[in-house]
Write a protein that binds this ligand. Structure first.
Ligand code: PEP
Length: 255
């Protein structure tokens, strides 16, 4: 059975002080009886602080929002996988739609980062998903197929088993508009099928596929109940510690 994975993508939010205050509430609120894997993904500046706090507990793991594919060098403003590892980062979000649309990341760039992350024993959370225009013109499957083939090109089945995919329809991110559970399940089932076509069914059954796009305490349970939805990548609603704990508990109750 795939263990549910719920990640808090804080984006460009949370100072160190705010991150500390969040954890004070969240870790108490969450308690110990939790079967889902929780990943906190702060901005780079708060990684060190959150890392120290999480070192004392099994309740949550640490993730980063991006990285460069090179190990070091003249890449002003960039961070390498090795630098993240030094801070005990376990997961890295790659190819988020904001990185793709605002910073020009292509599937090829995402693929380089995915390979570099795996080489450094970081687990990539690879984001894919269609725009509203692509959905309205009936291109959801073609878009997902291209993103899967491009972002995950060249990975062995063993490498793929360490990847988490996040299906995030762009039209549902930060908009308050959520894909219906049926729409999300349909896309997730398609993604899993693609993995079995490009790799094999034993690995496609292992890979966890998160849903992302306006997940909140009110809709989490219904989404997470779907057969092929193995967790959530949560943006806005992950900034509020009690609400985020509720989302994690919704995943726990389903196990
Ligand atoms: C995200 O940015 O990954 C996301 C899903 O954001 P939100 O939950 O705010 O839609």
């Amino acid at each position: 059975m795939r263990k549910k994975i719920i990640a808090a993508n804080w984006k460009m939010n949370m100072t160190v002080a705010e991150a500390g205050a969040f954890l004070d509430v969240f870790l108490v609120e969450l308690g110990d009886a939790n079967s889902a894997e929780v990943v906190i993904v702060p901005p780079f500046t708060a990684l060190s602080h959150v890392s120290e706090r999480l070192a004392k507990t099994e309740q949550a793991k640490l993730g980063a929002q991006n990285m460069h594919w090179e190990k070091n060098g003249a890449f002003t403003g960039e961070i390498s996988a090795q630098m993240l590892r030094e801070l005990y980062v376990r997961y890295v979000v790659l190819g988020h739609s904001e990185r793709r649309s605002l910073f020009g990341e292509t599937d090829e760039v995402v693929n380089r980062k995915v390979r570099a992350a795996l080489e450094a024993s970081l687990r990539p959370i690879v984001c894919i998903g269609e725009t509203l225009e692509e959905r309205d013109s009936g291109r959801v499957e073609a878009v997902l197929e291209k993103q899967i083939a491009g972002s995950l090109a060249g990975l062995s089945a063993a490498e793929l088993s360490h990847v988490v995919l996040a299906y995030e329809p762009v039209w549902a991110i930060g908009t308050g508009r959520t894909a219906s559970p049926a729409q999300a399940q349909e896309a997730h089932a398609f993604i899993r099928k693609q993995l079995s076509v490009h790799w094999d069914s034993s690995v496609s059954e292992k890979v966890r596929i998160q849903y992302g796009g306006s997940v909140k305490p009110q809709n989490a349970a219904e989404l997470l109940h779907q057969h092929d939805i193995d967790g959530a990548l949560v943006g806005g609603a992950s900034l509020e510690p009690r609400g985020f704990a509720e989302i994690v508990k919704a995943a726990h109750r389903l196990d």
